[in-house]
Design a binder for this molecule. Structure first.
Ligand code: PEP
Ligand code: MN
Length: 263
């Protein structure tokens, strides 16, 4: 189902007024984690003003250490809904537990499956039964074939609205958090009709490298971007070092808009 051979035309995923794929370019932005009503609503207003068409923000976070901030949980989802009411931006947030599927089905617009869960096959089958589009991140060390097969799991369960997201992979290089695999964009778009977006934030791990990587992704033909933006990166509870301020995000969006028509 994900293979371009049997489905030559690009899939276009529609979320409210936003479209991704088939020549439609969309930007998703927001903090790594929802931290407070003030934070998420302020960031939502700012990224919307700069041209983002969806708000990202984690409520359930897959942290390496069990002692790190795990996200606000369900109250975080409520705050995302508050930010959506205020701005109209659809919300994108990560699911980690198949038992949360009903809650996410009711409250979330795009359901993110994180890199660490790309091959959590029971989770893939469960989100495959949902009616909401799924943003499927590439695993930390997965091949294009494996990534597309994970999309296939979701589609085989009935949900054909899958957005693929390249977020960098593990290599021998340790300077960057991950190595952004720009080749994935043309390669996977050749192999599959599904839209491919890029997350330069988790690839870089450093805020100052987000802009060049984002522009490289646009030049390589990505269908969209997902970018971490925080109103106070120095005090962020998660991923502050790779988060853009709203001002830096606005400057990036002007450069993106000069290269591609934003939805
Ligand atoms: C995130 O989007 O905040 C995240 C945890 O991303 P990834 O799954 O790509 O590491
Ligand atoms: Mn993050």
């Amino acid at each position: 189902k994900a293979n371009r051979k049997f489905h030559p035309e690009d899939t276009v995923v529609t979320v409210g007024n936003a479209k991704i794929g088939g020549g439609n370019f969309s930007v998703i932005a927001g903090p790594c984690s929802v931290e407070s009503e003030e934070q998420i609503c302020a960031v939502a207003r700012d990224v919307k003003a700069s041209g983002a068409v969806m708000l990202r923000g984690g409520a359930f976070k897959p942290r390496t250490s069990p002692y790190s901030f795990q996200g606000m949980g369900t109250p975080g989802l409520d705050l995302l809904l508050e930010a959506k009411r205020e701005t109209g931006l659809p919300i994108v947030t990560e699911i980690m537990d198949p038992r949360m599927a009903d809650l996410f089905e009711r409250e979330v617009d795009v359901v993110q499956v994180g890199a660490r869960n790309m091959q959590n096959f029971e989770l893939l089958k469960e989100v495959g039964k949902m009616s909401k589009p799924i943003l499927l991140k590439r695993g930390l060390a997965n091949t294009y074939e494996e990534w597309i097969m994970s999309a296939e799991y979701i589609m085989a369960s009935g949900n054909e609205n899958v957005i693929l997201c390249e977020r960098g992979v593990r290599t021998f290089e340790t300077y960057t958090r991950n190595t952004l695999d720009v080749s994935a964009i043309p390669a996977v778009k050749q192999m599959s009709h599904l839209p491919v977006i890029v997350d330069p934030s988790h690839a870089a791990g450093m805020y100052w490298m987000v802009e060049p990587l984002a522009l490289a992704a646009v030049a390589a033909g990505a269908d969209g971007l997902i970018i971490e933006v925080h109103n106070d990166p120095a005090h962020a509870k998660c991923d502050g070092q790779q988060s853009l301020t709203p001002q830096k995000f606005d400057a990036l969006m002007k450069k993106v808009a000069a290269m591609v028509d934003l939805v």
